[in-house]
Write a new protein. Structure first.
Length: 169
């Protein structure tokens, strides 16, 4: 893998040299634009990370799970997976921590572990992605995108329950 990356970089440098591109100036210009883009994303990152940490600090996930778990048990949803379903659209690192906790407590081959794996792999950090991607290009109104992303998440949640039922037969 390291050799492939090295070869790719050498190819890019040789191709730029062949095309008579000022490689140093292009690199410096690109690095400056990258830093400018990165600094421009900081307010958007703070806008999504602050509520996530506030959500976790207030213990809202636990409170919601305590209320919903008995109601969702009748459809076969293990209560251990509910925190992952709530946190996954908000934070990748928090949902990965929840997945790791499910694996350590229940095991990766348990119903909760299998369903959590499906949800972790089949969904994305919807709010984080929309905040960063739309914020980086200046999109302010992304309501249809949000609806589509959340619909996809709910489809994965339903499909995960379906596949879990098939696996447990």
């Amino acid at each position: 893998m390291d050799n492939g990356i090295t070869l790719l970089l050498c190819f890019i440098l040789l191709f730029g040299y062949y095309r008579k591109v000022d490689l140093y100036d292009s690199f410096v210009t690109g690095a400056a634009q990258g830093i400018k883009s990165g600094l421009g994303l900081i307010p958007y990152l703070l806008a999504i990370l602050f509520p996530v940490y506030l959500w976790q600090g207030l213990g809202l996930t636990g409170a919601i799970c305590d209320k919903l778990a008995p109601w969702l048990a009748f459809i076969g949803l293990p209560g251990e997976v509910l925190p992952l379903m709530i946190m996954r659209p908000l934070s990748g690192s928090a949902s990965l921590g929840i997945l790791t906790d499910i694996f350590s407590r229940q095991g990766p081959d348990s119903p909760a572990g299998l369903l959590a794996s499906i949800y972790q792999g089949g969904t994305d950090t919807t709010f984080f992605v929309l905040t960063v991607y739309c914020g980086s290009v200046g999109v302010k109104n992304y309501r249809h995108t949000l609806k589509a992303c959340l619909t996809a998440d709910f489809v994965v949640y339903g499909a995960g329950l379906f596949w879990l039922a098939l696996l447990l037969k």
